[in-house]
Design a protein around this ligand. Structure first.
Ligand SMILES: Nc1ncnc2c1ncn2[C@@H]1O[C@H](COP(=O)(O)OP(=O)(O)OP(=O)(O)O)[C@@H](O)[C@H]1O
Ligand SMILES: Nc1nc2c(c(=O)[nH]1)N=C(CO)CN2
Length: 203
């Protein structure tokens, strides 16, 4: 049975609102006033890699409901998961943001930003102008393949953990432990800080 909230009024022009709708509106309102933290990994190994990463940061900031809080140093990294020497090296970085968007909308926006930078999806782990992955969203742990949280391979990727640790040394990867501890379990070979390069917070 649907419950209705009438507010105890007898005005016949006021339609009763189902309690389920009131709950949904309250939930959306809570999110709006309680932005969540998210961690995003950026990668590029085609085209002007630094310009693309900065463009992605600026595009994320241009999203209503998204505020970038920190941008990591840039790392130059050997392609992970493919034959050595088969692809150009990546530039990788991590950004910390606050958002009122739910995880599914943040993923949609991530895909739109990839497309704006002409990301082509051909093969798994293929070379790309831009990759935008959601590493973590608040404390959410979810194995939905459309959006797995935290990212299912973040804990084994030094190209994610090292820049994240630089901007948030105390960070925790939900369900996996501290980023500092995870960094000790992975090889940092082929993951080099490019101290001569810099990404910046959007103006
Ligand atoms: N946390 C997540 N962040 C981004 N995409 C995710 C996540 N979890 C699941 N996905 C799904 O994975 C699909 C493939 O993503 P993508 O093409 O970026 O993979 P990839 O970058 O080649 O590899 P990897 O997932 O290992 O980083 C996306 O369409 C998305 O639905
Ligand atoms: N070094 C590096 N290797 C990768 C990367 C990446 O961003 N950096 N992204 C991949 C798919 O997400 C696969 N391999």
């Amino acid at each position: 049975m649907t419950a209705f909230i009438t507010g105890g009024q007898s005005d016949p022009t006021v339609q009763p609102v189902p309690a389920s709708v009131v709950e949904q509106v309250d939930a959306a309102d809570t999110t709006l006033h309680n932005p969540k933290r998210a961690v995003i990994s950026l990668g590029s190994n085609l085209g002007n890699r630094l310009e693309t990463l900065q463009g992605a940061i600026d595009a994320l900031e241009d999203t209503p409901g998204v505020r970038i809080k920190a941008v990591s140093p840039v790392y130059e990294t050997e392609p992970w998961g493919v034959e050595p020497g088969s692809q150009p090296s990546y530039f990788n970085a991590v950004v910390l943001l606050k958002t009122t968007l739910p995880p599914s909308s943040l993923l949609e926006r991530a895909h739109a930003v990839e497309e704006a930078f002409h990301r082509v999806r051909e093969e798994r782990w293929g070379a790309r102008t831009l990759d935008v992955d959601i590493v973590a969203y608040a404390d959410v742990v979810d194995d939905d393949p459309h959006l797995t949280l935290p990212h299912p391979r973040a804990h084994e990727r030094a190209f994610v953990l090292a820049p994240w640790h630089d901007v948030e040394p105390e960070a925790q990867l939900p369900g996996r432990g501290s980023v500092a501890g995870l960094l000790d379990t992975v090889t940092r070979e082929g993951v080099a800080a490019r101290k001569d390069l810099e990404l910046h917070l959007p103006e």
